[in-house]
Design a binder for this molecule. Sequence first.
Ligand SMILES: Cc1cc2nc3c(=O)[nH]c(=O)nc-3n(C[C@H](O)[C@H](O)[C@H](O)COP(=O)(O)O)c2cc1C
Length: 207
Amino acid sequence: MSAFMDEVEKRNLSDIFVMTSGCAGLCSREPMATVEIVKQPPVKYVDLTPEKVAKIFAQVLGAQIRSPQDISLNLEEIQRYQLIGFGSGIYGAKHYESLLDLADKLPMVSSRELTPVSPREVFIFSTAALTGESKASDDHKALRNKLESKGYAVVDEFQCKGFNTNSFLKYIGGMNKNRPNAEDLSNADDFARNLMKNRQRVKVDDK
Ligand SMILES: Cc1cc2nc3c(=O)[nH]c(=O)nc-3n(C[C@H](O)[C@H](O)[C@H](O)COP(=O)(O)O)c2cc1C
């Protein structure tokens, strides 16, 4: 709650109302947040854990979440999508091996398939112990290089802190407890909305 209030204050927002609620009947999925936008159905955010970042992107962009293992079984499927997000936790300054392996297996985006309006675009995201612009850029480098070498255009990148139980940290309750938190998720929501806005703008500009 205080993360939401801080965010409203920090951004000087006057059209947002933050309030607590009673039990929504999903206590096992706490912490939860419901976002209600006028004239749109309310959206409940549950399990505020690392995967939640992907769920927010999927929700905002109207996308599906798929595992690298699942997509690897049907690589042709990837040809159907115009915008794809690739993300995971960071392990040893890189994304999960399974995601890097998937990037290696992806078919090349052939120039024949590109239209002036929508080349195959991707975005990269991660949760990590430590974050920052150059840290994210370094952490994402291996995946970015693989995707670019296949002809994908990386349009934007997102990173936030994630609960970390690496090494001895597991014995002391971990690091970044409860991350991603409400503020991280609000940033993820903004990121996805901006992505959508920029893509719509590109389409309009190209008309
Ligand atoms: C074995 C291991 C290695 C990690 N290596 C890094 C690292 O190099 N840099 C970093 O910022 N975080 C590192 N982390 C922290 C994770 O990126 C972070 O906890 C992430 O949210 C984990 O995502 P997951 O819960 O989906 O696996 C590491 C965590 C583990 C367990």
